[in-house]
Design a protein around this ligand. Structure first.
Ligand code: NI
Length: 163
């Protein structure tokens, strides 16, 4: 396993549409393992292959309930909506308020090539939508209703603490 370099906003690869994964061979498995290691190394809750420069439809997610690896994920149902703060390892300086479905159903393949269905609510639904957006060249800043600079957030926290 290896930690891969995370691509940042401004790099073209983040704006391209990723291609479906065909045969799940050793290279795909290694990529999935590297993506997970890279995500954990950065304390992220999700990572999509284009974020490490690979235009394949693969994402890893861990919202604290264990590692999920999704190959060729597709959202098949969306329910409700929720606005919350969201960030991205490829957009390190800002977070944003983004409206997402409260619940989604996603179909994907696992690393054995088996189809599975996952339902997620709240943070998991948000992570699934965010990562699948990456596969279509979409970043959360495209959808955010409000963008907040991380430094400003820290300053506000300091101000509050010093009260
Ligand atoms: Ni992201």
């Amino acid at each position: 396993m290896a930690i891969r370099i995370i691509r940042e906003e401004g790099e073209e690869v983040l704006r391209k549409k990723a291609k479906e994964v065909g045969v799940i061979d050793e290279r795909i498995v290694t990529l999935a393992e590297d993506m997970a290691e890279t995500m954990y190394n950065e304390d992220g809750v999700g990572l999509a292959a284009p974020q490490v420069g690979i235009l394949k439809r693969m994402v890893v997610i861990d919202v604290g309930e264990g590692l999920l690896t999704l190959i060729n994920p597709k959202i098949t149902q969306e329910d409700g909506e929720e606005i919350d703060i969201e960030g991205c390892l490829s957009v390190p300086d800002v977070v944003g308020e983004v409206k997402r479905p409260f619940k989604v159903t996603v179909e994907a393949k696992n690393l054995k090539g088996e189809d599975f269905v996952i339902e997620g609510e709240g943070l998991l639904a948000r992570a699934l939508c965010h990562e699948i957006d990456h596969l279509n060249g979409v970043l959360f800043i495209d959808r955010a209703e409000k963008i907040i600079n991380k430094n400003e957030m820290k300053n506000n926290e300091k101000r509050q603490k010093s009260k």
